[in-house]
Design a binder for this molecule. Structure first.
Ligand SMILES: [Zn+2]
Length: 416
């Protein structure tokens, strides 16, 4: 497994001193600092001043006012302000600014440094750039930053809902990990125990300090940022997002796509993930309650939808994106042989499956963990209708070929 070499990773009140020293010691002679109106004021201006103090020629690329979505318009806005002699980009912003800078710098063949302004997502130390292209969210593999300098005070001063979203993204790993274990048992998905343990430790640290995260003390926010960094590194080390993304992320992506389609404003990634984690925890409660006795009969009695009805469902839920999903799906071409195989595996592995499901905190407990850190817990908290909530259960799993709790629930005949 390739280890991410992001060096240094600094989360402290002296982060910008270290950034200045880092640039002074480097061979870079010029750079561009990318930010938006808010993050320029919060950090970008200071970061640029530090880069100048270190002797670099610095250009500010500050996005025009308005909602910042990582789409073609904003990418071009950044791209047209780049210069052929740019040697380094510095992203001073949250996830969106970082992902666009990651992508643009990667395509220009130059490195970037990340200066996060909020502990809002686990993507800072990652390689993927989630972008919205032609209205469809897709994650393009780009590059990790050379180094990361997160200033604690800046993180603490970020809008509270962004910190709550970062915490929601970490709470989501509870069900991502459970789903990963299910995928390993039933779909032979690659699994790495040490990566799972690292992710679990990141969750445990945040749960333990949730009240400090909720009140955004320096200690709490630093613990959260370290957990997000670790989660990002885990997926770089593993080579894909499996350790950090299960059914709860699919639900979140589904909502995001529906909001885009309807032209509604975006909702923070981690806020959606947290709410979806409560929903998936509830699914695990129902899975854990299924008795071993009569399991084979139960499975045999569940009628799985035919290929054509699956295709219809995908088309009704995804519109123009549907064909892409149908083409890429391993799950709608299930023949009877494959269905039998999975059913047999479920029976054979039931005690392990039961233990995985029973180890997931109950939905009410997950909601409490979120509430303790002031994060939203229900779809209606996010302004999402009951219809969208149910649709996510039904259709979100088509987004990825992974075998998650939602796919298992279909085999078990559990309906939302
Ligand atoms: Zn996430």
């Amino acid at each position: 497994m390739p280890m991410a070499e992001i060096n240094p990773i600094v989360v402290s009140d002296s982060a910008y001193d270290e950034l200045e020293q880092y640039l002074r010691d480097s061979a870079f002679t010029n750079c561009a600092v990318v930010s938006d109106q808010q993050t320029h004021a919060a950090a970008g201006a200071e970061v640029a001043a530090r880069a100048r103090a270190a002797g670099l020629a610095v250009r500010d690329i500050v996005l025009e006012p308005g909602e910042v979505v990582a789409d073609e318009v904003r990418l071009i806005e950044i791209l047209r302000q780049t210069n052929p002699d740019d040697e380094l980009f510095i992203a001073a912003g949250s996830g969106t600014i970082t992902d666009m800078t990651r992508f643009v710098s990667f395509k220009l063949g130059v490195p970037f440094v990340s200066c996060p302004t909020a502990a809002s997502v686990d993507g800072f130390t990652s390689i993927g750039a989630p972008l919205v292209l032609k209205g469809i969210k897709q994650t393009l593999i780009s590059q990790p930053p050379l180094a990361m300098f997160a200033h604690t005070h800046v993180l603490c001063e970020a809008p509270p809902e962004m910190t709550a979203a970062g915490y929601g993204d970490i709470i989501g790993k509870i069900t991502s990990l459970a789903d990963w274990k299910i995928g390993r048992l039933l779909w032979n998905e690659p699994y790495d125990e040490s990566i799972a343990e690292r992710t679990q430790r990141a969750i445990d640290a945040c749960v333990k300090h949730r009240h400090e995260i909720g009140t955004r003390t320096a200690a709490g926010v630093e613990i959260l940022m370290h957990a997000l960094v670790e989660s990002g590194l885990c997926l770089v080390d593993f080579g894909e997002s499996r350790p950090a993304s299960g059914a709860e992320h699919h639900l979140s992506h589904f909502w995001e796509m529906q909001l885009l389609r309807d032209g509604r404003p975006a909702i923070l990634h981690g806020a959606k993930v947290g709410v979806a984690t409560v929903m998936i925890a509830q699914l695990y409660e129902r899975i854990a309650a299924i008795p071993r006795e009569g399991l084979a009969e139960r499975l045999a009695g569940v009628h799985l939808p035919s290929r054509s009805s699956e295709k219809d469902a995908i088309h009704s839920a995804y519109g123009s994106y549907a064909e892409q999903l149908v083409q890429g799906s391993e799950f709608i071409d299930f023949d009877q042989e494959k269905v039998r195989e999975v059913r047999e595996l479920i029976v054979k592995q039931w005690s392990e499956i039961h233990d995985i499901a029973a180890a997931v905190p109950k939905a009410r407990e997950v909601a409490e963990l979120l509430r303790d850190a002031d994060a939203p817990t229900t779809a209606s908290d996010l302004g999402l209708s009951a219809e969208l909530e149910n649709a996510a259960y039904r259709y979100a799993h088509y987004l990825r070929n992974r075998f998650t709790s939602v796919k298992l629930a279909r085999f078990l005949g559990i309906h939302s």
